[in-house]
Design a protein around this ligand. Structure first.
Ligand code: FES
Length: 123
């Protein structure tokens, strides 16, 4: 398997995800992929002109973070939030800041914003 790939359903580098402007600022957007039995879920957080991606799996119990579409941030929009048991994570590096996941972090999903404002997966 390619070293950048977390599982067979993970989209390859360069895959177009969306326009950056399709994501609220601050806000986030989830993406799901399926290949055969394999599934990959990730989400992208927008901060101004930056996009930061993570695998949609909480390090506490492995659950998806969002209970409703694209709701990955706290009400204030300054942290990533897991609806499972209330864990909170830093947007910049995915480190757990609060909740039952001390010392753990979200798994990065590399994404980038190109000069046209398109969010793509990166390798
Ligand atoms: S599954 Fe995320 S805090 Fe428990």
């Amino acid at each position: 398997m390619d070293p950048w790939r977390l599982n067979p359903a993970q989209p390859e580098p360069g895959t177009v995800l969306c326009w950056l402007d399709e994501i609220a600022d601050p806000g986030a957007k989830g993406f799901d992929y399926r290949v055969g039995e394999a599934m990959f879920a990730g989400f992208v957080v927008r901060q101004g002109q930056r996009a930061i991606g993570y695998v949609d799996s909480c390090p506490h119990a492995g659950w998806p973070l969002s209970a409703s579409p694209d709701r990955y941030l706290t009400r204030e929009g300054d942290r990533i939030f897991c609806s499972g048991h209330g864990a909170q994570f830093a947007i910049d590096d995915g480190a757990c800041l609060f909740g039952p996941c001390a010392g753990m972090a979200l798994t990065p999903w590399l994404v980038e914003v190109d000069a046209d404002g398109v969010v793509r997966t990166a390798g």
